[in-house]
Design a binder for this molecule. Structure first.
Ligand code: MOS
Length: 745
């Protein structure tokens, strides 16, 4: 009767073998009869209009089928709604090929459709475009004086505005025993998942489409296509079984989807549009920001005044906002606070969520300011965090549903060997290299949304679950299968999880670290409902030992219903199906947070990060030689996939701190390094000893499963911990990211 629970097991990703053997098909790899290929032409100017576009030569070329521009774009429905997709910020969504107006460099202006991708790409070079240039503004730092408040909108539900000012910040700061302040500049970053954006549209006649799309939300892409092209939702099926990374870039439908659908409907053919690496830099990015902090503390290190302001770039057509400045008072319980968030509109495409949007920006500034405070007070940085520890989120005055951050600090410090740190900068050396130890705190929301799941048992006793949710490479469907397996009391082999199809029950876009909590809760609900249905069927059988039993008296094990009080009394589900001559038992259920109670507590995952850097002042090299991240994120369903999430976040944290930046040439308003040769990300040689600790954290409040999510908590604390380690090694505070070595000189 005993059964090893699957929750908590390190199961390898179930789709792993398909991926490593190349059998997993991605959106741009589906074959279809008479498939034709689209290649997108992008604007070479930044602002202005197209005065003429000459496609005659290109059209005459061998294999070219059609060229779409603003001049011959087939009519679209374009509800002039603001929110064309679930992640659209307030404003007006960008409409490819709408007219001849150019709003940003790289804007898609034409689609060439040809028999092969190569023909389409070659023909694209023969298109002659005449532009009328207008003056543009892309220089964030030069246009800071244009900053203004963000518009309010739906997107702010998960991204609340800064908390209201509290107490009297200026007075409290002035009277602080010690003050710490800083200015922090971050550059632009672009998502660079391995898989480029692609859509393969299968034309099924009469406005009916089946679309393989690279996306983080199948229903989101379905909504977009149905709205934009005036199609019925049920006639648009979006499938996305494998996603080669997205990191937020797939939270919005990208323009290759528009292009492929437009061409497919117009030509009544199967069409594929794939973007290339350079084109991956023509939509959405982490915006450049500038932040200002001023923290004040008393002589014991108690923080009593917090000021944090952020200005970030947005486009001229949407107000993309991140939650940058809300975190400090969630971490440190000061009574006097002042937070501001501003936007600077520029002639760029709208920024877009990138792993831990806002958090990875704001926490960098907060945790460096804290480090400086510790330095000025001559208090150990870890000790300063403990002095300011609170189980209450003072920004909302709500108690945390759980917060094992103290354990993160202690276990992380122990594993790292933090006690060996000599507090004096430049005091630790290895050979001719300076060694620095730095630490930082991390925090990320533990949100949950609404989702639906279908559970269906067939007469062979096997169960299939269905959800429209994607698995962007995180292990989502593996962990959801584990949850189902435990709830049903069945082996993993007897549970199938079908997903990433918009015709399946609703799941929101996959992101915000809320997917496992959101869909996991729905899996649990649906499996419970299925068990109840099976129980009722069993109890309805003649002379059943279950006739007088309650649902609670039964356990479900390996396809049997077993009476708890008398384990010999049992019946197999296969028997139930046989006796009743039925083929399946099915249920579809919704799970969502309780609107009456879910807002009563603060909910967040926490982390503590410890980093060792080695700085070679002669060669000009900074290396992260060791890092430990300890995480409190509630119940960890699968330690292996969860650890991979944290490791990935840590690698990205190293990248953000030391490597990654998109450079703009403001003379042209153009990104100058849109490729993986010049857009630096870490290679193996940059990554050394990384370790992850999950501390035990029980939380009955966040959801029935106690899940908080681990997608984003791994990145947030790394950049400040690295910057703090660099300060400890060299005595120099570098507040800007990425940290360029020359700034140390
Ligand atoms: Mo994440 S930036 O919510 O995909």
């Amino acid at each position: 009767m005993t059964r090893k629970p699957m929750i908590g097991q390190s199961i390898s990703r179930l789709e792993g073998p398909l991926k490593v053997t190349g059998e997993a098909k991605y959106a741009g790899e589906y074959n279809a009869e008479n498939l034709v290929y689209g290649y997108v032409v992008n604007s070479s100017i930044t602002k202005g209009s197209i005065s003429a576009i000459d496609t005659d030569d290109a059209k005459k070329m061998n294999g070219v089928i059609e060229i779409f521009t603003h001049e011959n774009r087939p009519p679209t429905a374009w509800f002039d709604i603001q929110y064309a997709d679930m992640d659209a910020p307030p404003g007006t969504v960008f409409k490819p090929l709408k007219d001849n107006i150019i709003k940003y460099n790289g804007q898609p202006i034409a689609l060439v459709v040809a028999e092969t991708f190569e023909m389409a790409r070659y023909a694209a070079m023969k298109i002659k475009v005449a532009y009328i240039d207008e003056e543009f503004e892309t220089d964030f730092k030069a246009k800071l004086h244009n900053e203004r408040n963000p518009k309010k909108g739906l997107a702010s539900m998960l991204k609340p505005p800064p908390p209201k000012p509290k107490g009297d910040f200026e007075e409290a700061y002035r009277n602080s025993y010690v003050q710490s302040s800083g200015t922090f500049k971050h550059g632009t970053e672009h998502h660079n998942p391995m898989e480029m954006f692609a859509s393969t549209v299968i034309y099924q006649g009469k406005g009916k489409l089946k679309i393989y799309d690279k996306t983080q939300g199948t229903i989101n892409s379905q909504l977009y296509v149905a709205n934009v092209f005036g199609l019925k939702m049920k006639n648009v099926q979006v499938i996305s079984p494998f996603v080669g990374g997205a990191f937020g870039s797939g939270l919005r439908p990208q323009y290759q989807l528009f292009m492929a659908v437009m061409a497919s409907l117009a030509l009544k053919r199967n069409v594929r549009v794939t973007l290339d690496r350079t084109q991956m830099f023509t939509f959405g990015h982490r915006p450049p920001t500038i932040q200002y902090t001023r923290f004040g503390a008393d002589q014991n290190g108690k923080v009593n005044a917090l000021y944090h302001k952020a200005s970030a770039e947005t486009s001229q057509f949407e107000d993309y906002v991140e939650m940058v400045v809300n975190w400090s008072n969630m971490l440190y319980p000061a009574e006097n606070t002042l937070m501001e968030s501003k936007l600077v509109p520029l002639d760029v495409y709208s920024p877009l969520d990138m792993r831990a949007p806002g958090g990875s920006t704001g926490i960098h500034a907060i945790e460096i300011t804290m480090d400086e405070l510790a330095f000025k007070l001559n208090i150990d940085p870890l000790e300063l965090r403990l002095i300011n520890y609170s189980n209450v989120d003072k920004s909302s005055d709500k108690e945390y549903s759980s917060k094992e951050l103290r354990e993160c600090y202690l276990q992380g410090a122990e594993k790292f060997g933090w006690s060996k740190r000599n507090p004096k900068p430049r005091s630790m050396k290895r050979g001719n290299k300076l060694i620095g130890y730095g630490m930082a705190t991390g925090i990320w929301d533990a949100n949950r949304l609404l989702a639906r799941v279908e559970a269906r048992m067939t007469s062979d006793g096997k169960v299939e679950l269905k959800s429209a949710v994607t698995d962007i490479g995180t292990g989502t469907f593996t962990v959801l299968s584990q949850i189902a397996s435990d709830e049903l009391g069945m082996n993993l082999e007897n549970v199938t999880f079908s997903y990433a199809d918009s015709s399946m029950p609703f799941a929101p876009i996959q992101g915000g670290s809320f997917t496992t909590a959101t869909v996991g809760a729905a899996v649990k609900t649906a499996c419970q409902a299925l068990n109840k249905k099976i129980f009722k069927k069993a109890a309805s059988l003649k002379e059943s030992f279950l006739s007088f039993a309650q649902f609670e008296d039964i356990i479900f094990r390996n396809g049997f219903l077993i009476l708890k009080s008398d384990p010999e009394s049992r019946i197999s589900v296969v028997d139930i199906f046989k006796q009743l001559s039925i083929k399946e038992i099915k249920t579809t259920n919704t799970a969502m947070p309780n609107p009456l109670t879910s807002g009563k507590k603060a909910k967040a995952a926490h982390s503590a990060v410890f980093v060792e850097v080695e700085v070679d002042e002669e060669l000009g090299v900074i290396e992260v030689t060791r890092a430990v991240t300890s995480v409190a994120a509630g119940k960890i369903i699968n330690p292996k996939t969860a650890e991979s999430q944290i490791l990935g976040g840590m690698v990205w944290g190293i990248s953000k701190a030391l490597h990654e930046e998109t450079i703009t040439d403001h003379q042209f308003g153009k990104y100058m390094n849109p490729n993986l040769a010049e857009y630096h990300i870490p290679v193996h040689a940059d990554i050394h000893d990384l370790s992850v600790i999950f501390v035990e954290e029980q939380d009955q409040f966040v959801n029935d499963l106690g899940i908080k999510g681990v997608g984003e908590i791994g990145i947030v604390g790394m950049p400040p911990a690295i910057a703090n380690a660099v300060f400890h090694a060299t005595g120099k505070r570098i507040n800007d990211l990425p940290i360029h070595f020359e700034r140390l000189l």
